[in-house]
Design a protein around this ligand. Sequence first.
Ligand SMILES: Nc1ncnc2c1ncn2[C@@H]1O[C@H](COP(=O)(O)OP(=O)(O)OP(=O)(O)O)[C@@H](O)[C@H]1O
Ligand SMILES: [Mg+2]
Length: 252
Amino acid sequence: MLEVANVGVRFGGLVAVDDFSMTVEQGMIHALIGPNGAGKTTLFNSITRLGPKTTGRVYFKGEDITRLPDHRMIHKGIARTFQNLQLFGKMTVYENLYAGYAFHFGRSLPSIFAGSHKSFEEDVRARISDVAARTGIRSVLMNVPRNLSYGMQKRVEIARAIISEPEMLLLDEPAAGLTYQETEKLDRVVYDLSRNKGITILLVEHDMNIVMKISDRISVMNFGKKIAEGSPQEIANDPEVIRVYLGGEESA
Ligand SMILES: Nc1ncnc2c1ncn2[C@@H]1O[C@H](COP(=O)(O)OP(=O)(O)OP(=O)(O)O)[C@@H](O)[C@H]1O
Ligand SMILES: [Mg+2]
């Protein structure tokens, strides 16, 4: 479904992503893991847009999307969340979802909030209700995100990302900063989106529990390069992975 081919990203003299290739199969939860600074976020950002100083190509369903602007991605069926939350802090959760939906249809916010489109209104209400139930945020729809727990905000961000019914969802460290209970809730949400909504997922994540529990396939990155790829079982037993990733964490 998604093919990353020989992607390279440099920051001055630093090679953050080094000739990296990876294929994410349809319907999979594919995790991308690696130590801090491995280049995961840089690669992740390259998927939604390769900058002028990067090399390589990215294909989605066979189509070259290498230099497609960010805002065009959603129309192709690719949605993403960010390592740092990017919600509209002063809008309610409901409005955040509404905005995500409206954006998908390319409407300007003022024209939508003017509220002359009745069927659109009904459609969006139904959609928000479904997505909110799926992500467990129903009870907070009228709150503003900044008053919510971090775990709740993360789920709001995911809800906003899937409101446009993407075929593929890219998640950058959704579990970072969450408590154990919040992480459990989050991995159930991600698992449900994969199995029951059929959304293909690329998951960048540090939390090995969630990665091992829900991933179908794992790619491991270190210093910009892919050092291993396989099933959770294979990765857990890979000597190179244990050495650079798990071993590195233990000694840190
Ligand atoms: N805008 C930038 N300018 C210069 N160097 C950068 C920039 N962004 C990232 N880097 C460097 O590129 C390398 C890869 O960083 P990246 O953020 O992709 O790693 P990561 O695997 O996502 O790490 P983490 O697990 O901490 O999120 C690091 O050495 C980082 O310092
Ligand atoms: Mg990162």
